[in-house]
Design a protein around this ligand. Structure first.
Ligand SMILES: Cc1ncc(COP(=O)(O)O)c(C=O)c1O
Length: 365
């Protein structure tokens, strides 16, 4: 049997007719950059994600960049960023000339904690990027309380956490602003690049609207130095087709995860244990194993796809060598990067495929 790690064709095949019809409508009305599909998506996603407001942009990376600009983060400021996350979480600070200051992560949730943040905060800290990695919300209450005491902004990187909840609240509505990604492999993905900013702060969202369109509110009148970061109509059209399926697909990911948690009994495998404060939406199901590379090769021999997400902690990335971090600075992030392996969890997988993966993992010695 072959079990793919990701299979976008399988995900899109049943929606193909509907997608083509949606694209056809977009071609006819001509709203290619922003336009009616984007308006509908912004409203629909805000409702589904239970956030006050949403602005569609070109990618999750650009969502982070525009939030940093709108918050006035810049040279002389420090921004706390998880040492284990996707690189774009750090671009939030780097793109605007602020200093990236890494913090270690928790060994079970792979997210930053109040404790790890407190260790690296200084008087210059202007913002904290909290990534809800792999669909698991970080423990936000203590982080928000600390940030509030210190007057520090909290930015949720929710690129991997559509519909994730924390103590009954949806992510994207907890910090001062949040970035979502609709990259094709995300829990909600388009057929190309896409992203969004969500926030309760309507002034900040208005600023994002201006920044994403060349700093302009009125045609050819540019109030600020702006960017070309509009969400495209065709991407919004695809996302509008996929959005009604998100809740069901998320529930399927959670069922697969429960299958893994209940079925994997290999003692050398460390499972991502559910937290007290909210259920993950399992963008990834990431286990740890002391012989990760041997396990990955073994799974490949059995026809099972897996991926190392992520093999390098950010503080040891060549692009950040100028910051002077050394091996040993963030032991948990380093250990996770050496031992993590993400298993197939896309919602289109069959129960038979999941059982096959579980059996293979339990037979690995
Ligand atoms: C945690 C995280 N942050 C930010 C991004 C950036 O999103 P995009 O790929 O849409 O630019 C991603 C997506 O890859 C991500 O996983």
């Amino acid at each position: 049997m072959k079990v793919p790690f990701i299979d976008l064709q399988r995900a899109h095949a049943p929606l193909k007719e509907e997608l083509i019809e949606a694209f056809s409508r977009t071609i006819d009305h001509g709203g290619y950059c922003l336009g009616p599909d984007v308006d509908a998506f912004e409203a629909g996603f805000a409702e589904e994600q239970h956030v006050a407001g949403c602005v569609g942009v070109g990618s999750g990376t650009e969502a982070l960049h525009l939030i940093a600009l709108a918050m006035g983060v810049g040279p002389g400021d420090e921004v706390v960023v998880p040492a284990f996350t996707f690189i774009a979480s750090a671009w939030f600070a780097q793109y605007v000339g602020a200093k990236v200051v890494f913090a270690d992560v928790d060994s079970n949730t792979f997210t930053v904690t109040r404790g790890s943040i407190e260790k690296v905060v200084t008087d210059k800290t202007k913002a904290i990027v909290v990534t809800h990695l792999f669909g698991q919300a970080a423990d936000m209450e203590p982080i928000m309380a600390f940030a509030m005491e210190r007057g520090i902004k909290v930015v949720e990187d929710a690129a991997q956490a559509h519909l994730a909840q924390y103590k009954g609240r949806y992510v994207g509505d907890i910090g001062d602003a949040a970035a979502f990604s609709f990259y094709p492999t995300k829990n909600l993905g388009g057929l190309g690049e896409g992203g969004a900013v969500t926030s309760r702060d309507s002034a900040l969202l208005e600023q994002i609207r201006i920044l994403r369109a060349h700093g302009s509110k009125e045609r050819y009148l540019n109030h600020f130095v702006g960017y070309n970061n509009r969400m495209e109509g065709l991407q919004a059209a695809a996302l509008n087709v996929k959005l009604p399926h998100l809740r069901g697909k998320t529930a399927r990911r959670q069922r697969i995860a429960r299958g893994y948690l209940g079925g994997i009994s290999n003692k050398d495998i460390q499972l991502p244990m559910p937290t007290r404060y909210g259920e993950s939406v399992y963008h990834m199901f990431t286990i740890r194993h002391p012989e990760r590379d041997r396990l990955k090769a073994y799974l490949a021999e059995q026809g099972i796809g897996s991926d190392i997400v992520y093999p390098y902690p950010l503080h040891l990335q060549p692009c950040f060598s100028f910051l002077g971090y050394r091996e040993g600075d963030f032991p948990v992030a380093e250990e996770v990067a050496k031992t993590c392996l993400s298993l197939p969890i896309v919602p289109e997988l069959t129960d038979e495929e999941i059982d096959y993966v579980i059996k293979a993992l339990n037979a690995f010695a």
